[in-house]
Design a protein around this ligand. Structure first.
Ligand code: NAD
Length: 403
């Protein structure tokens, strides 16, 4: 994050004060949660709130650490700013492997998280949502715990909730749908048809499975998919709907018989038009970047390409469509959910879908046009970061926090 800001500093003449503001954090909350005698570190971090309350997901993963949550909170600031939302950036997480917990323990740890952080959360303060290994059920428990403590209803304190508790009809698949909309706009700009295009998708969870399904339905050939157990490959294209059924039954994609198995490393190195990382960050780093054979990388995960790898990809002519644009559909839908909760309105699905489409198409063209104008000096990610940073700094200046 710091390296990226250093690079942007030289491109748009950021002052030292601006750099300092962008690399500092508004609030870092940390605690230890105790469940059945075991202790788990947990964080909620707000990076910047000049544009509005903090907004960002909560992740349950054994590798969660403070640095990771800080980076993710920073990206949320940029993402929310880029697509024009009235939000700052935040993120939360618990260093836990949910696969080692039963449902009661997952409920208990979700409620414990809210008991620890309820004072820094709220519809006007900081609004969580699902992320890796958290889902609507977890959001429901968290809302219930929060409302019990506050003794009032406040559905806008969290998004990605079950519909019954004030959730939004399109939220579940909105990240993938937003990515799908951007993907199709991008295909048009490079004059390519889905039926002539191949892709490999790393991660077959909420985001990866849904975008793979949507792309498959347009005739695009998905030759490889993977989950944490490994991947599968078929050069003629996988039957994604069948894989989806298997995954929904709770099995790994690697359980499918009579199909070539590959590792996650091999998946990343496949010769495809699009590599779509949809799992975790830092999957393409300086260690494997020279073995990447895809023509384009379409980042559905947050931060799958490390900063040093980015520079090498750019020099190799591999274009990256960045996370803060490609996966912004989820937070856009979270915003519609929050607006519903705050206003008492219930929007129709058609309205929500149209609004998501307009937001994603508009954001894509703003970024791509800026990139096209400046492509001698920057990649698409830098273009997106600059647009986002300028809006945050403008808000900070109006507030009087910067000269
Ligand atoms: P998820 O938990 O539903 O799915 C994660 C998937 O990644 C699973 O299939 C898991 O098996 C797989 N995985 C885990 N470790 C892996 C590894 N080392 N190699 C390959 N696959 C691995 O999570 P999700 O919500 O789909 O999130 C995926 C990514 O998308 C994350 O980077 C997340 O931050 C980002 N994202 C999610 C949303 C959202 O709305 N859910 C929004 C924006 C960004």
């Amino acid at each position: 994050m710091k390296k990226r800001i250093e690079r942007i500093k030289s491109l748009i003449d950021l002052s030292e004060d601006e750099v300092k503001l962008l690399t500092s954090f508004k609030r870092i909350s940390k605690t230890e949660l105790e469940i059945n005698g075991k202790r788990y570190s947990a964080w909620r971090i707000v990076h910047n709130d000049a544009l509005g309350p903090g907004k960002g997901g909560i992740r349950f993963h054994p590798n969660v650490c403070e640095d990771e949550i800080k980076s993710l909170a920073f990206w949320m600031s940029l993402k929310n700013s880029l697509i024009g939302l009235p939000y700052g950036g935040a993120k939360g997480g618990i260093a836990v492997n949910p696969k080692e917990l039963n449902q009661n323990e997952i409920e208990e740890i979700s409620r414990a998280y809210i008991r620890a952080f309820h004072n820094v959360l709220g519809q006007d303060k900081d609004i969580p949502a699902p992320d890796v290994y958290t889902n609507p059920k977890v959001m429901g428990w968290m809302l219930d715990e929060f409302e019990k403590i506050k003794q009032r209803h406040e559905p806008g304190m969290i998004t990605g909730k079950p519909i019954e508790l004030g959730g939004c009809k399109i939220r579940d698949t909105a990240t993938a749908k937003g990515g799908f909309i951007v993907f199709n706009e991008f295909l048009k700009t490079i004059d390519k048809k889905p039926t002539e295009t191949t892709a490999a998708v790393q991660g077959f969870g909420n985001v990866g499975m849904n975008i793979a399904t949507m792309l498959h339905e347009t005739g695009l050939k998905i030759v490889a998919i993977s989950d944490s157990s490994g991947g599968i490959y078929d050069e003629n294209g996988l039957d994604i709907l069948k894989m989806k059924e298997i995954k929904i039954r709770g099995q790994s994609v690697t359980n499918i018989e009579n199909i070539k198995k590959i590792t996650n490393e091999e998946l990343l190195e496949l010769d495809v038009d699009f590599l779509i990382p949809a799992a975790l960050e830092n999957q393409i780093t300086k260690d494997n970047v020279n073995r990447i054979n895809a023509r384009y990388i379409f980042e559905m995960a947050n931060g799958p390409v490390s900063e040093d790898a980015d520079v090498i990809l750019h020099n190799k002519g591999i274009m990256v469509i960045p996370d803060i644009l490609a996966n912004a559909g989820g937070v856009a839908a979270s915003y519609y959910e929050w607006v519903q909760n705050m206003s008492g309105n219930i929007f129709e699905t058609n309205y929500l879908e149209n609004r998501l489409e307009r937001t994603m198409i508009d954001s894509f063209h703003r970024v791509y046009e800026f990139f096209e104008k400046n492509k001698e000096s920057m990649d698409v990610r830098t273009a997106a970061h600059i647009i986002a940073i300028k809006r945050i700094l403008a808000a900070e200046k109006i507030r009087g926090n910067l000269q």
